[in-house]
Design a protein around this ligand. Sequence first.
Ligand SMILES: [Zn+2]
Ligand SMILES: [Zn+2]
Length: 275
Amino acid sequence: MAIYKNRTDLHMHTSSSFDGNYSAEAMTESAIDHELSTIAFTDHFDVDFYERHNLGLRQQTSYEDICLAKEKYSDKINILRGIEMGQPTYEIALTEKSLAKYEYDFVIGSIHNLREMPDFGDLKYREMPLDEIYSLLDRYFEEMLLLAKWNGFDTLAHLTYPMRYIVQAGRNEVDLSRYDEITDEIFKTLIANGKALEINTSGLRQPIGKTMPTENYVHRFRELGGEFLTLGSDAHFTEHTGAGIDEGYAIAERCGFEYVTYFKNRKPVQVKIEK
Ligand SMILES: [Zn+2]
Ligand SMILES: [Zn+2]
């Protein structure tokens, strides 16, 4: 049973994502079963893998499937037409041209890899010297700041993403406090631009066992004046729609938020947090 009312889950993938598994329709039925009121489908668009992921075609399939589900289930659930733009700052012109092709409600901004590098999930951290891990993280946070400054998205996704894999490899000694200054700068940029921070709950069902970012960052975002927060399960399977969303609400509440946000036609809509 859901704890919170009018639950939103603004991050989920369909089979139009290279790592997706289920149609928008199947994901929607599961979202209704999991007592969600508003969802966004946000298939991957990792612009630096445009050719390899055949994104020209995938983007079209994704958008069309979302629109069909939106139409079919319009009396049961609010479906937003979204996309997860990965590494948009690596190819800004192609990103902007691709975004302009369809009428999106909601755009997620993400970084999954450094320039010309594999996904953070594919690097081997177990034997990696600690200073090498920190140098990857230095570059990651700099890329996140550049992404925030680019400002072509609505929410900044899964901040601290590499930690999912670093912790999974047993490198618990990695301490992110050295990045407090740059994360503050990222938050101030989002706030000045009226953009949202995402609480990505996928980590709760993975070895890291925590949201990305963790509660202390959400708290800091609020302290600096953050108003817009989106919640996302990052579901790639039907059983994960809405997973961890109640915990996301609880974190938002503890950090002093009275609302969570969704985006319709790229404009924020505030939803009161209520049990
Ligand atoms: Zn992502
Ligand atoms: Zn995702």
